[in-house]
Design a protein around this ligand. Structure first.
Ligand code: NAD
Ligand code: DAU
Length: 328
């Protein structure tokens, strides 16, 4: 396929582009704004065309979309904590950006896949969200992602645009920016920095290896029914405290580094997705969390050249603002 992949220089997008080019021989154009989270290095060695630009910029989109047969949109601001401290870019990218992309897909009559999140459903005490569950987002991140999903569905219903939406649960794996729980804890553990657990640490996340999310997105891109939403959930649920304890064990860090810090405002207690609908298309997660986490710890231990420039750059200032502490 000839794909336009927006946000392809980020964590999940770059894993997706790598898999599509190497396993499926797809011709890929990446459109990416290269925010703090986007890095061209993530795409090193992968054959692709790169367009540096924002999805909310019609000229960049018009350039990038030339020759494409389908659009896959990963482009987003993705960190919940940043959406609380600086929500502006979330509104611009998710609302205006998704609109500009949908207009371009409509003009060229292209199939459009929106990469979305389980966070649009809000928090669930017991059981799992299905695709029919109501949208009850808690943060500016999830609210603007939910708005984007609704806009996508409106283009399917109103303009007959071929659209599909994939809602993934918490991803982990190689190339994830260290602001997120797992890489933050791995790198802090390796450096002897504090391991900051929000609140009581009993919040539960449904962990999905990034390669499983990418294979799910590929499956829905090829076989998903137009106008439909597909949940893509991981096989395991785990409380944050247990994730951190496992990382301490795997890295041999001092358990005294674990520190309880002020909770995130509006913190969702538990996410859990039912993935029966995508399983009916033949998809299944291949990675159990215990094994995937051990592989991820090993990847960060072996790829200091990837994370050292991040950890010594702007990320330090962000960390100080967010945690009121300096990295060692
Ligand atoms: P990321 O933050 O690592 O990467 C986002 C990418 O989008 C970066 O390359 C960034 O430069 C680019 N980008 C941001 N704003 C842009 C704009 N206006 N125009 C063009 N490019 C822009 O994010 P990720 O974790 O890889 O997430 C990718 C997608 O998957 C997002 O849509 C996110 O909501 C969704 N998602 C993430 C997870 C997760 O656990 N990380 C789970 C489910 C869904
Ligand atoms: O569920 C899918 C979502 O997963 C994606 O849509 C988001 O883009 C992605 O960032 C992620 O959101 P979370 O808020 O769940 O991920 P995060 O890694 O920020 O936090 C995971 C859990 O760990 C959450 O309960 C908050 C907690 N946490 C996080 C950090 C960064 C801590 O306790 N300490 C921390 O320092």
């Amino acid at each position: 396929m000839k794909l336009l992949v927006c946000g392809g220089a980020g964590f999940i997008g770059s894993n997706f582009v790598r898999a599509r080019v190497s396993e499926f021989g797809d011709e890929v154009t990446v459109l990416d704004k290269l925010t703090y989270a986007g890095r061209k290095e993530n795409l090193e060695g992968i054959d692709h065309r790169f367009v540096h630009g924002a999805i909310e910029d019609p000229a960049s989109v018009a350039d990038a979309i030339r020759g494409a047969e389908a659009v896959v949109n990963f482009a987003a601001e993705t960190h919940v904590d940043r959406s609380i401290s600086e929500p502006d870019a979330f509104v611009r990218t998710h609302s205006l950006g998704t609109f500009v992309l949908l207009e371009a897909a409509r003009e060229h009559s292209l199939r459009y896949l929106q990469v979305s999140t389980d966070e649009v459903y809000g928090s669930i005490e017991s059981g799992s969200f299905t695709e029919e569950s109501p949208l009850e987002p808690s943060s500016p991140y999830s609210a603007t992602k939910a708005g984007a999903d609704l806009l996508v569905q409106s283009y399917s219903r109103t303009f007959d645009l071929e659209t599909v939406i994939c809602r993934g649960s918490n991803n982990y794996g190689p190339y994830q920016y260290p602001e997120k729980l797992i890489p933050l804890m791995i790198l802090n553990a390796l450096h002897g920095d504090q391991l900051p657990v929000y609140g009581d640490g009993q919040q539960v996340r449904n962990w999905l290896h990034v390669s499983d999310f990418c294979s799910g997105i590929g499956r829905v891109l090829e076989q998903g029914a137009s106008g439909e939403v597909y949940n893509v959930g991981g096989p395991d649920e785990c409380a944050n405290l247990e994730v951190v304890e496992r990382i301490i064990e795997m890295t041999g860090a001092d358990p005294a580094l674990l520190t309880y810090v002020t909770d995130r405002p509006g913190h969702d207690r538990r996410y859990s997705l039912s993935s029966e609908k995508i399983k009916a298309l033949g998809w299944e997660a291949q990675h159990q969390f215990a094994q995937g986490l051990a592989e991820t710890v090993a990847w960060y231990q072996e790829h200091a050249a990837w994370w050292e420039p991040i950890r010594s750059g702007d990320y330090r200032a962000y960390y100080e603002r967010q945690y009121g502490k300096s990295l060692g």
